[in-house]
Design a protein around this ligand. Sequence first.
Ligand code: HSE
Length: 310
Amino acid sequence: MIKIYAPASIGNVGVGFDILGAAIIPIDGTLLGDCISIQSSNTFQFNCHGNFSDQLPKDIKKNIIWQAWNWFNEIIKKKIQISITLEKNMPIGSGLGSSASSIVASVLALNQFYKTNLNKKELIDIMGKLEGNISGSVHYDNVAPCYLGGLQLITDDKNHLTQKLPIFDNWLWVIAWPGVTLSTSTARNILPLTYDKEKCIKNSRNLSTFIHALYTKKSELAIRVMIDTIAEPYRIPLIPNFLKIKDAVTKLGASTCNISGSGPTLFSICLNFSIANKVKKWLEKNYIKNKKGFVYICKIDQLGARKIRI
Ligand code: HSE
């Protein structure tokens, strides 16, 4: 039997719409990411458990796991019957790369189980296409970090599609999911089709300065330019009280507060545990809407998707 875990991720990372993504892991040891197990079977069987399994589509053909299985059957031109189990630990429509987590775990598990030996480039290509089927557009800012770990820059160069960037070890990433969902396509459809020159220049300036700051280890500069001019301003109406929340956590000492991926999860970078704990408590009290919602203090997950011992 094969079992793969694929971590949660923050798309956009506050300054790189569709081209930056970071894999994260809660510091308390919570497994915030989906797991896929595969074993031989006489018929195709799909089992699902975990806190968020009830959110999955009832029609199996709409399920990403089924689509991934189908994709591999087409690659090897043979239908192999397997029993596949999804442990759905990630809420769908949360902005934490839930679909990417299921896709990455299933593609890697299938590649191992089928002994297809696809290389990194081929695997990431399949992952991106499957993600595109779900969200309506191909973007790699969740699948790349989820698969490869760390902070990833999506280049679009066919030979270097994604590149790992350095990131500050001492940054604590407080993530808060309110317990309600927001569809990625809704959050994408709200964006303008074209942008004016000023906004494009501002965006290029912030993003390139951010990357410069990572390489030159200028943490304060990196934080100052984590400003999203492309997506966040247009998504504010989708996140109730976003600006008030940003203001409140900044007053508690948080260095940033941005939307994770397409939301509604928010992430806030804090430079020490005392601030991170205050921000966590405040968000639990003021941003979480129901029992399903959560707040975690996370670190960057440098490992990405990995085999789990059974
Ligand atoms: N970059 C994508 C978006 C991420 O913001 O729409 C979706 O998780």
